[in-house]
Design a protein around this ligand. Structure first.
Ligand SMILES: NC(=O)c1ccc[n+]([C@@H]2O[C@H](COP(=O)([O-])OP(=O)(O)OC[C@H]3O[C@@H](n4cnc5c(N)ncnc54)[C@H](O)[C@@H]3O)[C@@H](O)[C@H]2O)c1
Length: 325
């Protein structure tokens, strides 16, 4: 592959750090930009590091200077607890970053722009049942996302389309569905279900108990980070410029997800349920027909295999956290 000058925004976070690492290992010049650094990867995984607030247009200009490809992953986001509670800040912070990044890409004549959209753009009325019909890309409109986070993503998808039409910017848009894996947020309220459950199980005594949010019967599909990174790069390298699902179509209940993690831990754990906790839509699954056809991509890592790696990493972090106390 020809060496490129690549900017990854959100490179201090979960998906951005894995993506930057892969692009750097593939021999590209990688500029990593973020407002903060989780620091879970010890080795350098970028050519250059910029600590910037990307809500500021000047910083977006600095980040995109002399860059061929932009992977824009920076966002104000979190798991179901966070995006249920926070609306204004999510829309304000991500909105400013998105608006300014697109404009800076045009100003600095960037060749290609990738946007990390989300399964949260899909309408609530198509996700009312556990036995949900997998969501196809065309299902997003007419729109009724169940969160402000989803509305903001949808607005940005449309803005990418407008920048493509009016300024000729080459855009690529992935709709990620529940990405999980090691080296991501696992505590302090922004973590998503797989990481939260791994942390709860790792922290529990043996025998012990964990609290599941909701009745455990809500359903989702989960994609391992390595598959996500591979699909992201394939999409960026392709000619496809419409939104595309990157997810898994293996539907599981949150109960089943917890059971797999408990089995991996080897602990004897009882599950309790908090019916007052946020749980999002009742069911959500990804239809992969289009992504298979367009990219020839599909997930390779099983849920069990991915969770084994994720659990072991979170378990080690929980142990380190305990030692620090
Ligand atoms: N993880 C998932 O399951 C999932 C699902 C759908 C979509 N996405 C999208 O993928 C992208 C990456 O998600 P993630 O899971 O890695 O999240 P993350 O929170 O780990 O990473 C996002 C990064 O953006 C950075 N950021 C926030 N505000 C910033 C600012 N003002 N300036 C500069 N950087 C800022 C954060 O510091 C963080 O490191 C996001 O756009 C997210 O909405 C993720």
């Amino acid at each position: 592959m020809e060496e490129k000058r690549i900017l990854v925004t959100g490179a201090g976070g979960f998906i951005g750090s894995h993506l930057a690492k892969k692009l750097y290992e593939d021999g590209h010049f990688v500029r990593a930009a973020d407002i903060k650094w989780d620091g879970y990867f010890e080795e350098p995984y970028y050519s250059e590091k910029l600590t910037l607030d990307l809500r500021d247009y000047k910083n977006c200009l600095e980040a995109t200077k002399d860059i061929d490809y932009v992977y824009h992953l920076a966002a104000d986001m979190g798991g179901i607890g966070y995006i249920t509670k926070v609306g204004a800040d999510v829309m304000h912070n991500s909105g400013l970053m998105n608006i300014n990044m697109l404009q800076a890409c045009v100003e600095n004549k960037v060749d290609r722009f990738f946007f990390s959209s989300s399964a949260c753009v899909y309408p609530e009325f198509k996700q009312l049942d556990e036995e949900v019909t997998p969501l196809k890309e065309e299902d997003a409109i007419p729109a009724q996302p169940d969160s402000y986070y989803g509305w903001e993503k949808l607005y940005m998808e449309k803005m990418c389309e407008a920048y493509k039409k009016d300024y000729g910017l080459a855009v690529r848009i992935a709709r990620y569905h529940n990405i999980f894996g090691p080296y991501g947020t696992y505590k302090r309220g922004k973590e998503k279900a797989p990481a939260a459950l791994c942390r709860k199980v790792a922290e529990a005594s043996n025998p012990g108990e964990i609290i599941i949010w909701g009745d455990g019967k809500q359903t989702r599909s989960f994609l391992y980070i390595d598959d996500c990174v591979r699909g992201t790069i394939m999409l960026m390298e392709s000619d496809y410029d419409q939104p595309l699902n990157i997810g898994s179509d293996r539907l599981v209940t949150i109960d089943e997800l917890a059971d797999i993690i408990i089995k991996i831990s080897g602990k004897e754990i009882t599950k309790k349920y908090d019916l007052t906790a946020p749980q999002g839509v009742r069911g959500r699954n990804a239809d992969l027909t289009l992504v298979k056809k367009v990219l020839g991509w599909e997930p390779k890592v099983s849920l069990e295999e991915g969770l084994e790696k994720t659990y072991r990493w979170i378990e080690s972090m929980v142990m380190k956290d305990k030692e620090k106390r």
